[in-house]
Structures are given as C-alpha cells and as structure tokens.
Design a protein around this ligand. Structure first.
Ligand code: ATP
Ligand code: MG
Length: 203
C-alpha cells in the first residue's frame, strides 16, 4: 500500500507555493508520492488568461521532472469538458485499490469544498490535508474542519504550513506588468511562459 497525495488545481501557472505545499505535505504525513492533477476546462474558473490544459499540464510536468516522487497526471486535461475532483478521486481509487489517497489543499479550498460537485464523494474516497494559506485563521479552519467531520464524516488533517502569499494570480499579474517571475516559479516554467508569451496581455 502506498500513501499518495493528490494536488489538484488549475496551475495557471504552477508556482513555488504549490511545490512547497506538496513537499511539505509529503514529509509531514509520510506520503510516498505526490500526483499533481491539473484541471481540464475548470467549471469554476472562467477567468481570462486561462492557458490551454495541455500547457498547464506541461508546465507542471516540467516543474516536477527532477523529482522522482512527484508526477503530473493528464486524466483531467485530456478529458473533454468539465472535470470534477470527486470523479477523479473515484477513478484513481478504482485504478489503485491498494493505495491510500490524501487530497491536499490550501485553506481557500477547505472553505469552498461544499460548493464543489459532490463533496460527500470526495470525503468518502480520501482523507484531506488542509494547509493554512495567507491570512486564514487557524481557529476558523478548526471550526470548519469540525463542521465537515460532523456533517460528512470527513477525515481532515490540519497541517501547519509557513504562509506564502504567492498565487498564480500574482504570477499572471506580474508577467502582464512586465515584471520578473524568477524564483516565484521554477526556471523551466519561467522559460516556458516567456517562450509562449503567456499572460502578457489582458487575455
Ligand atoms: P489562482 O490565483 O489562479 O487561483 P492558485 O495559486 O490559488 O491560483 P490553484 O491552482 O488555484 O492556485 O490552487 C491549487 C491548490 O494549491 C489549491 O489547493 C490551493 O489552495 C493551493 N495553493 C496555491 N497556492 C498556495 C499557497 N501559497 N499556500 C498554500 N496553498 C496554496
Ligand atoms: Mg486558487
């Protein structure tokens, strides 16, 4: 049995906050591997400047290429239409019945998960690792966790995490403003963004 952490997100683009969260969660919870799952056409994000799924997949793949305990899956990016985390986790469970899955996410997702499609299916199929994220209060997170555990029988681990006020939105804004994103994203990702000319305009 392997313990596998799932990192879902749009990764538009992947940044050091995502990578650090993955590494932190792996060590703190003794996970064997981290699987990144970039969304296809996300039904929750209609933001401008959403780069194609294949490119977001490619950027994450490049970012984790030098880490043999991390990989990027294309199950959502190659699927047509909307992708739901609950279906993805159910599929991964079915394909890997021996393994134990942990869904890793930041505080914003903890407070949003009930608005997602079939949250009860997510809770039934995996444990959750929730990390603090810029400005989230630990007390509010604990309250939310207690509420979700009560309501859905969820199994949620609150993971202390050094707050990093970095987001993909920040990266996109900086590129648009002509500023450098070195050290905010892996070098290979910065090169990829520059090569493709992503995020340079309003979009
Ligand atoms: P955007 O600004 O476009 O929403 P994002 O930085 O929030 O991008 P997502 O792809 O939306 O990135 O998030 C993927 C996952 O990573 C989510 O679970 C989110 O909570 C988490 N995450 C992203 N950045 C951080 C951070 N700095 N600290 C903790 N968690 C983070
Ligand atoms: Mg986000």
């Amino acid at each position: 049995m392997r313990k596998i952490g799932i990192m879902g997100g749009t990764f538009n683009p992947v940044h050091v906050g995502h990578l650090m969260l993955a590494q932190w969660a792996m060590e703190e919870n003794r996970l064997d591997e981290i699987w990144f799952v970039p969304t296809g056409c996300s039904y929750m994000k209609t933001e401008r400047n959403m780069v194609p799924p294949e490119d977001r997949f490619q950027m994450v793949s490049l970012a984790v290429a030098n880490n043999d305990r991390m990989r990027c899956l294309d199950i959502e990016t190659k699927r047509e239409g909307y992708s739901y985390s609950c279906d993805t986790i159910e599929q991964l469970r079915a394909e890997n019945p021996e393994d134990e899955f942990y869904f890793i996410f930041g505080a914003d997702c903890l407070f949003a998960i009930e608005t997602w499609h079939c949250p009860e299916k997510i809770f039934a199929n995996c444990r959750i690792i929730a990390a603090g994220r810029g400005g989230s209060s630990e007390r509010k997170m604990r309250e939310k966790i207690a509420e979700l555990e009560e309501k859905y029988g969820a199994d949620i681990i609150l993971m202390p995490f050094p707050s990093l006020a970095i987001s993909s939105t920040l990266i996109r804004d900086r590129v648009r403003e002509g500023k450098n994103v070195r050290y905010l994203v892996p070098e290979v990702v910065a090169d990829y963004i520059e090569g493709k000319g992503f995020y340079e305009n309003e979009g």
